[in-house]
Design a binder for this molecule. Structure first.
Ligand SMILES: Nc1ncnc2c1ncn2[C@@H]1O[C@H](COP(=O)(O)OP(=O)(O)OP(=O)(O)O)[C@@H](O)[C@H]1O
Ligand SMILES: [Mg+2]
Length: 258
């Protein structure tokens, strides 16, 4: 998945200024950056939910030439928040993904997707009655059901996730990141907006760091997560250290001295 020279103007504000982005199948690509820097807007441009100038390629094809059903069969999008106004059950919500993806009508698939996100036994519960973290995992099950097979007839599929671990405890953060890694290992592509830079360093192959509507850095965690870049982008000292296993950066935020 590639994006070239993406500019988004909403109202009178230009939110993204000529952003380039690349994610490869077989990899987990994280998008990080401060609140309001444009991460969600970049995802929404790449999925065609906001008007933009520039070009987006999915598996080498210009997405502006692709039909909605073609796109839905190749990539599934988990938005940053998903309020559901009606009393749907968990199973009904996960089935929405199945119908969007035009996958073979495998009736067991939504239940398998729920198992993957550690929600076996939740199918009959009302979505509105679930906790925030449980709702977030239902949404992940929905997108998993949509593009269940990471690779179909030699064509990679894509999970596009906006802060998939934002409301999750540490155990479920690992469940979700392991799922992302496994999806990539089986040939699919994963693009995930992330705030936790330690988790990102552990699980992402590449990071695009967005700052004020531009790309501040892009590359491997080792390349992107440096003291200088993080201080510049986040405006606070974030010393980067390296802990075992060797070469994987970890961050230790420190309070300013009083
Ligand atoms: N529809 C809109 N109209 C006007 N401004 C918008 C609109 N959507 C987003 N913005 C602005 O664009 C900027 C980037 O928003 P975006 O949601 O992309 O940030 P983000 O990087 O995802 O932040 P967060 O980490 O808080 O989710 C923000 O300043 C936001 O106020
Ligand atoms: Mg956002």
């Amino acid at each position: 998945m590639q994006a070239f020279d993406i500019t988004v103007t909403l109202g009178r504000r230009t939110i993204l200024h000529g952003v380039d982005f690349e994610a490869k199948p077989g990899e987990v690509t994280a998008i990080a950056g401060p609140n309001g820097s444009g991460k969600t807007t970049l995802l929404r441009a790449m999925t065609g939910e906001v008007p933009f100038t520039g070009r987006v390629l999915l598996n080498g094809r210009d997405t502006s030439t692709m039909k909605p059903w073609e796109l839905a069969a190749i990539r599934a999008v988990q938005p940053q928040s998903a309020a559901i106004a009606f009393p749907f059950t968990v199973l009904e919500i996960v089935r929405l993904g199945l119908s969007a993806g035009l996958a073979a009508a495998d009736s067991a698939l939504p239940l398998r997707a729920l198992e993957q996100v550690d929600l076996a036994g939740y199918a009959g519960r009302f979505y509105q009655d679930l906790s925030g973290g449980e709702q977030q995992r239902v949404q992940l099950a929905r997108v998993l059901a949509q593009v269940w097979e990471p690779m179909a007839e030699g064509t990679p599929r894509w999970l596009i996730l906006d802060e998939p671990v934002a409301s999750l405890d540490i155990g479920h953060q690992f469940t979700v990141m392991d799922l992302a890694r496994s999806y990539a290992a089986r040939g699919g592509g994963v693009v995930a907006v992330m705030h936790d830079l330690n988790l990102t360093a552990m699980f992402a192959d590449r990071i695009t760091l967005v700052h004020a509507g531009t790309v501040a850095a892009a590359g491997t965690p080792q390349e992107v997560l440096t003291n200088h870049t993080l201080q510049h982008v986040y405006g606070c000292p974030v010393p980067v250290n390296t802990a075992p296993p060797p070469g994987v950066p970890f961050l230790l935020p420190q309070a300013r001295p009083a």
